[in-house]
Design a protein around this ligand. Structure first.
Ligand SMILES: Nc1ncnc2c1ncn2[C@@H]1O[C@H](COP(=O)(O)OP(=O)(O)OP(=O)(O)O)[C@@H](O)[C@H]1O
Length: 485
């Protein structure tokens, strides 16, 4: 058996990156990000490959919909592979014991604070009691390293961080300022970190109860409760808490679960309790949720955390290294290497964490100092080509409205004057060609229009672009603006 991490050889690293690349090309960027971005390689036997994902839900979804695809991507690299085993990683996300057995654990609890605001987390030093009472409430597992103390603040997350702290510092009976607080960001940009930080800090006093649940846990908790006829008790327990924190809301599936989620949300908000939610997209893009839930979610404070800028990446790397040094004093990463990593590993925090783990493992196991050369070799597969920007329908509406000098509400209105009809059709055409949204979804986002109206607009602009040079140039210019904004 080949143990892939941390002692993954370069050949294995390359192969795993190529398989992921094939998968990405085969299913498209959006599907890849939704289902495969958190898939890890555990080990490779001769004929079978062992992969892992963080939740049961992801596992069953991938098995039901993509098993063949994953296998064929592996077979393209290793024809002898005949089986893919998929397992759910240990609940403590960052502390997979089997994989990291030989990797010294990084503990970020001792990292220096990054700002001078009142130390909420100082109250949460004793994680064991917090964890025990949180577990008793039926919460999802918490990682003791994901606190405010280890969260690095930068341009892309300042607002989300400030709002999260505000929630964490609230006291029972305080007026709730924004409810729900809804944080969205792409994969690995710190949502879970921030939500768990709120939970640790909020639970550090005896006064308030903060419950952290993944959407999956909410679903399974509810379904299990229904089966054992304790649904009422489950609902009551949920409503008895002060702050409900729900992670990965995009995974909330099923009509009855959604209805229950909606009731719980309403009950908590109406009772002045705080709700904090994280998802990988804004409320308007949660297509499987019904309109009432979406509008309730959008009615609080919606904050996006953007991609991690280079400075922030450097900050995260430094804090990770500092945390590692607390346990491994001889571990030293030269500034030049940190800068190299911050410059080249651009995608997400998880890759940055992985890079530090690898350097630590490599330098410990081989008893060698970290050099630039070693870093270049060890993190090769974490360096990914720049991906095209993901464009949102709101951006399209904004840019088109600006270009044609109409307002966004004109585009969404039922007005049929020529100066509005053409821009609206162009915007719908761009929404269809630049996003993965369906025709009905686009119609809904353009003032509740029917999908046939969108189809008509798309066909019309397609036909015009083919013969009208100036319109074709206009459309190309809009595309460029959207890509570069
Ligand atoms: N601002 C930050 N400061 C410190 N660490 C960070 C920051 N942002 C991300 N990280 C680290 O990056 C890793 C991934 O972050 P996290 O799990 O919170 O991402 P996420 O947005 O919840 O991703 P997913 O969509 O996969 O659930 C974690 O190890 C986290 O600690």
């Amino acid at each position: 058996m080949t143990n892939i991490q941390p002692a993954m050889t370069n050949i294995e690293q390359d192969r795993w990156s190529r398989v992921k690349g094939r998968l990405r090309t085969s299913v498209g960027e959006d599907v890849y990000t939704s289902w495969f971005a958190r898939m890890d390689l555990e080990s490779v036997h001769d004929e079978s490959v062992h992969l892992s994902v963080p939740t049961r839900f992801l596992k069953s979804w991938i098995q039901a919909h993509y098993a063949e695809r994953v296998l064929s991507c592996w077979q393209a690299e290793m024809p002898q592979v005949h089986r893919i085993d998929l397992s759910v990683r240990t609940a403590m996300r960052h502390a997979a014991p089997a994989k990291e057995a030989s990797v010294p654990q990084i503990d970020t609890r001792r990292i220096e604070r990054t700002d001078s605001r009142p130390a909420v987390e100082l109250r949460s030093v004793a994680t064991a009691p917090v964890s025990a009472s949180h577990d008793a409430l039926g919460g999802s597992p918490l990682d003791p390293r994901l606190t405010f103390a280890s969260f690095v603040v930068g341009r892309s997350n300042t607002l989300a961080h400030a709002a999260a702290r505000q929630v964490a510092e609230g006291r029972r009976g305080d007026p709730v300022m924004f409810n729900p607080l809804y944080i969205h960001a792409g994969v690995g940009l710190g949502k879970t970190h921030l939500l768990q930080a709120v939970t640790w800090a909020g639970n550090s006093g005896i006064e308030r109860k903060v419950l952290y649940l993944t959407a999956e846990k909410f679903m399974y908790g509810f379904v299990a409760a229904l089966k054992t006829q304790t649904a009422l008790a489950f609902k009551e327990a949920l409503r008895g808490i002060d702050v409900l924190v729900i992670d990965d809301l995009q995974f909330l599936q099923g009509k009855s679960t959604q209805a229950e989620f909606c009731h719980t949300l309403n009950a908590l908000i109406d009772a002045g309790r705080q709700v904090v939610i994280a998802a990988d997209r804004p409320p308007s893009d949660l297509e499987s949720l019904d309109d009432r839930v979406r509008s309730r979610l959008a009615g609080g404070l919606v904050v996006e955390m953007g991609s991690l800028g280079e400075e922030l990446r450097l900050g995260i790397l430094k804090s990770r290294v500092a945390a590692a040094r607390a346990h491994h004093a001889s571990f030293d990463v030269p500034e030049q290497v940190l800068e190299y990593l911050a410059r080249t590993i651009t995608h997400n925090g998880r890759d940055l964490e992985g890079a530090v783990n690898r350097l630590l493992a490599h330098s410990k196991l081989n008893n060698q100092p970290v050099t630039l050369e070693m870093a270049e070799r060890e993190v090769r597969d974490l360096i990914r080509p720049q991906e095209p920007k993901r464009i949102k329908i709101e951006d399209i509406q904004r840019v088109v409205a600006r270009q044609y000098n109409v307002s966004r509400s004109d585009l969404l209105s039922s007005r049929r004057t020529a100066n509005v009809v053409r821009p609206r059709q162009v915007a719908m055409y761009l929404a269809k060609t630049l996003t993965l949204r369906s025709l009905p979804e686009i119609g809904r986002r353009f003032g509740g229009r029917d999908h046939t109206t969108v189809l008509h607009a798309v066909r019309k602009i397609e036909a015009l672009v083919a013969k009208d040079v100036s319109l074709s140039e206009e459309v190309e210019s809009l595309k460029r603006q959207l890509q570069s904004e």
